[in-house]
Design a protein around this ligand. Structure first.
Ligand code: HEC
Length: 245
């Protein structure tokens, strides 16, 4: 019968390296969660993150434009005051005419938005506010995140998170727990990561799939956290009698 490496076979140096990695990546994950909150909250006009916000992020909302959704939601912080927000919302409401854009709206954007929303900023995949023609489409009915945006986020997530799950899973393999549970906890986050990202595109078509986006994202998070906590615990505090066979 073959034997496999467990934490009891690992040197203190290896465990120290693993621990530092797990702590840093755990912290990174918490920042990723904060980022989800910041970039999705407020789309429905209410503070805080809701299923409705997630649905609008991907599917859009017929009664609201993308620009209005953004300045009610995550882009609000970039505006200097409520008056500027109201000026922009009124302008969208009244048909987004060109003369008013040049007189009132573009100055606000040049002051508060164009440092990011321009070709010169180097931020790819976000709309440019250099002139009226670029802004106008965003004042039409919100159809949710654009396909180029979803493709950009998909490739970043799949490449980044796969590596993270591989490295964390390699450490978690050294635990001693029920083998079926171990296999499930290792494989599940990959499956649900793919399901989560697929459900962004499905939500773009069917808004209620926002629930699947949230549920599958939660499974990734829970299984990842489980690996992290159990690994750290067993590495330092669990001393089984070593089984030779
Ligand atoms: C610090 C940089 C920065 C500033 C300043 C900024 N934005 Fe953004 N904006 C972004 C980024 C990055 C995204 C993409 C967010 C994402 O994909 O989750 C974005 C997304 C948007 C979107 C949504 C685009 C889409 O495809 O759904 C709109 C609309 C928008 N911003 C409007 C504004 C307005 C209006 C202002 C000024 C009041 C502003 N932004 C200021 C960085 C910025």
């Amino acid at each position: 019968m073959s034997t496999y490496r467990r934490f009891s076979d690992a040197s203190v140096s290896e465990k120290l390296l693993d621990t530092m990695f797990l702590l840093a990546i755990g912290l990174g994950y918490l920042f990723a969660l904060s980022n989800i909150y910041i970039t999705h909250q407020g789309y429905d006009g209410k503070k805080g993150l809701s299923v409705q916000d997630v649905s609008i992020s991907y599917h859009g909302k017929a009664s609201q434009s993308r620009l209005a959704a953004a300045i009610n939601g995550p882009m609000e912080v970039n505006l200097p005051n409520l008056a500027a927000k109201k000026t922009m919302l009124d302008w969208i409401q009244h048909g987004a005419g060109k003369a008013e854009f040049e007189a009132k709206i573009h100055p606000i954007m040049k002051e508060n938005c164009v440092m990011c929303h321009s070709a010169a900023s180097g931020i790819s995949g976000i709309p440019h506010f250099d002139d009226y023609e670029h802004v106008l489409p965003l004042t039409k009915t919100d159809t949710g995140a654009s396909i180029p945006t979803l493709v950009r986020l998909s490739h970043i997530h799949l490449l980044g998170i796969s590596f993270m799950l591989l490295l964390v899973g390699r450490i978690f393999i050294l635990c001693e727990i029920n083998i079926m549970l171990k296999r499930f906890i290792m494989a599940a986050p990959f499956v649900f990561l793919i399901l989560d990202i697929s459900s962004w595109y499905i939500t773009k078509i069917f808004p209620n799939f926002a629930y699947l986006v949230i549920a599958s994202g939660a499974v990734v998070g829970i299984t990842f956290a489980f690996q992290l906590v159990v690994s750290l615990y067993q590495m330092w505090f669990y001393h089984p009698n070593k089984i030779v066979e």
